[in-house]
Write a protein that binds this ligand. Structure first.
Ligand code: PLP
Length: 376
């Protein structure tokens, strides 16, 4: 089966892990610091704004605590969002307010958000779909004029930029995922960004029990180094150095991964032109860069599920991301979402990962074109 997503890890990651074993310290330490420094350079920001955690979902939950979202508050997000974002809002007793998206890019737009703003709106949480940057200037303007923080779920946008700035660093908070199905992978892991360095300090504490003073070695100046206090009832969500070791090496490989993904997307664009019954992804504005996490095609003829089954029977796995939250019954969220409905019923994410060979990419194109000849 050709996978839709697939990681690429090698001896470089293994060697770094071996060095961690030899160091005799597996927890959060020097290798985390190295990863934070490297990642800060990658996203062109200062280390004071970012820190590592064990998964991006933890970042989504942390955002609720950091922006003080509680019962009675409203958080707006596109209905095509990750389940963890919906859970983060609802777990606080806050109201999940869903909005529609652009039917081709599946990204939320300022006009979609503005319709849903009320006096109770406490945050907007957006997602850059598959690495395609949202049109951020208008969304940031909206955030400023209504004084609402903008939280960027950049889980899939580790290489995306908007007008020269990394996605995830445009709003008040951002986050990237390094889980097993992302591009830069380390099993599980995430980087969190805060525009306000004070909030970064608060969040980092919150993700380590809200500890105010350190116990252990690093506090050995105190006579009783085992004493501590807490300032909040926070979680324990940190990245360890085994994980960070993989992340450091993966970050070095990221430009090559993206170059290959871009090339695969180019081949798809070129070859799938022949399948006129498919809408290919729109090209992104020249002031943006793409992560190429998804390559999504649209079949405006109700055949999406049939094509997915056909490809699967031919050894090609595809999927649709993200099942819209308004269709998740437990959220009980109201509204009408015509563009999202269209996208959710007609969009298919076909395989993109850096290990795909040209032969595999051409095989996928052949099968899609053949499907059209047989069934259209
Ligand atoms: C858009 C989006 N946000 C957040 C997450 C959560 O990331 P993690 O698995 O690191 O918790 C994912 C993971 O699939 C995602 O796709």
């Amino acid at each position: 089966m050709i996978n839709v997503f697939q990681p690429s890890l090698g001896k470089e990651e293994l060697n770094r892990i071996e060095a961690v074993f030899r160091s005799n310290w597996l927890g959060k330490g020097a290798v985390n610091n190295e990863f934070i420094s490297d990642f800060a350079k990658h996203i062109k920001t200062e280390k004071e704004h970012i820190f590592t955690t064990n998964c991006c979902s933890e970042g989504l939950f942390a955002s609720m605590e950091m922006f003080g979202i509680n019962s009675g508050d409203e958080v707006i997000m596109p209905t095509i969002s990750f389940v963890g974002a919906g859970n983060a809002v609802c777990s606080r007793g806050a109201k999940l307010v869903l909005c529609d998206v652009d039917k081709r890019t599946l990204n939320v737009r300022a006009c979609d958000i503005e319709k849903k703003i009320t006096k109770k709106t406490k945050a907007v949480m957006l997602i850059h779909y598959g690495g395609i940057p949202c049109e951020m200037d208008e969304i940031l303007d909206l955030g400023r004029s209504y004084n609402i923080p903008i939280i960027e779920d950049s889980a899939c946008s580790v290489f995306s930029t908007y007008k020269g700035k990394a996605c995830g660093t445009l709003g008040d908070m951002g986050m990237w995922s390094f889980d097993a199905m992302k591009i830069l992978v380390c099993g599980d892991g995430s980087m969190l960004y805060f525009k306000d360095p004070e909030l970064k300090i608060k969040a980092e504490k919150w993700l380590y029990f809200g500890l105010e003073s350190k116990s252990g070695y690093s506090n050995s100046v105190d006579k009783k180094w085992w004493e501590y206090d807490v300032s909040s009832f926070g979680h324990r969500a940190i990245m360890n150095d085994i994980t960070a070791a993989m992340a450091v090496e993966q970050l070095k490989k990221l430009p090559d991964f993206i170059a290959r993904r871009s090339e695969i997307s180019r081949i798809y664009n070129e070859r799938l032109k022949e399948a006129e019954w498919i809408d290919l992804p729109l090209s992104i504005p020249e002031y943006c860069t793409h992560t190429y996490y998804f390559y999504h095609i649209q079949l405006p003829n109700g055949k999406r599920d049939d094509l997915a089954a056909y490809l699967r029977a031919n050894g090609i796995y595809t999927t649709f991301r993200y099942f819209p939250l308004n269709r998740v019954k437990h959220y009980d969220a109201d509204g009408s979402f015509p563009n999202s409905d269209y996208a959710s019923d007609n969009t298919l994410c076909i395989p993109v990962h850096q290990s795909l060979t040209d032969d595999e990419v051409n095989y996928i194109c052949d099968k899609i074109i053949q499907y059209g000849k047989e069934k259209m």
